[in-house]
Design a protein around this ligand. Structure first.
Ligand SMILES: *[C@@H]1O[C@H](CO)[C@@H](O)[C@H](O)[C@H]1NC(C)=O
Ligand SMILES: *[C@@H]1O[C@H](CO)[C@@H](O)[C@H](O)[C@H]1NC(C)=O
Length: 237
């Protein structure tokens, strides 16, 4: 009787073993988003650069050989070319969410110019790219999520409001935080956005110390939805 039951259970679970026994390939919300929020706080990006927020999308940023990974360190020479950026909706791999139709903006800012201890030029605007869309990730087929696999050129139509300026941390200024933020229009429009262009990179054109991406986003009625960041420093320290 006992043996019988076990066999029956085994065959039932055998039939459904694949989906239930596999580890999730990528931890979907809300835990992975809490982790991003926590790393942003640890690095003092929240609240120095942006007010506290809980991400709702995943932002991947990839250069030729390196990926941004919430505070890893990458040499400046490997950051010379514009990275590919992709936004993913981890909570919605089937792509039925209205988030897919919005047009997003990705920015790169350096709050540590010329150094974290003395950020008198900060923030420095390194990039504003509009017309970023949410990519779908095919969990069921691929063995691993392929971050950065969707090239921005193939994905079509990144629209540079401010062109990518590669990180160039000066000598003897320690590690700089290079912060990528993705924003959505507060009004939820699916139309192309009309964004203001900062008059200069330094202070994002605000003319005030610590002026930066937060001011610009507020002016353009954008709300943060995703983030990633790296550290980089000049090799002469
Ligand atoms: C925005 O992206 C779409 C495709 O995703 C493209 O057709 C369009 O030309 C892009 N617009 C701009 C202003 O880059
Ligand atoms: C919605 O907000 C975006 C970004 O600020 C702006 O470009 C657009 O004109 C606004 N659209 C409407 C209908 O208010």
């Amino acid at each position: 009787m006992r043996t019988h039951t076990i066999i029956a259970l085994a065959s039932v679970s055998g039939a459904i073993a694949l989906p239930t026994e596999q580890q999730p390939l990528y931890d979907p919300s809300p835990r992975s988003f809490l982790k991003v929020q926590e790393e942003l706080k640890k690095a003092e990006i929240i609240p120095t650069v942006i007010d506290d927020f809980l991400p709702s999308l995943t932002l991947s940023v990839s250069w030729k050989k390196d990926d941004a990974d919430l505070g890893n360190t990458i040499k400046p020479k490997r950051l010379q070319n514009q990275p590919s950026v992709s936004l993913y909706d981890e909570a919605d791999p089937d792509g039925v969410s209205p988030a897919l139709d919005l047009s997003y903006v990705v920015t790169l800012t350096d709050p540590d110019a010329p150094s974290r201890d003395d950020p008198e030029w900060s923030e420095m605007c390194h990039w504003i790219a509009a017309n970023v869309s949410v990519s779908q990730k095919t969990f069921s087929i691929l063995p691993m999520p392929i971050f950065g696999a969707v090239d921005y050129e193939e994905a079509g139509g990144l629209d540079d409001v401010v062109e990518y300026k590669p990180p160039g941390p000066p000598e003897k200024t320690g590690k700089h935080r290079y912060v990528f933020l993705a924003f959505a229009p507060k009004n939820g429009t699916t139309e192309p956005l009309h964004l203001s262009k900062p008059k200069e990179r330094q202070h994002w054109g605000t003319g005030k110390e610590r002026g930066g991406v937060r001011d610009w986003a507020r002016e353009n009625e954008l709300v943060p939805v995703a983030a990633n960041f790296i550290y980089s420093q000049n090799k002469k320290q």
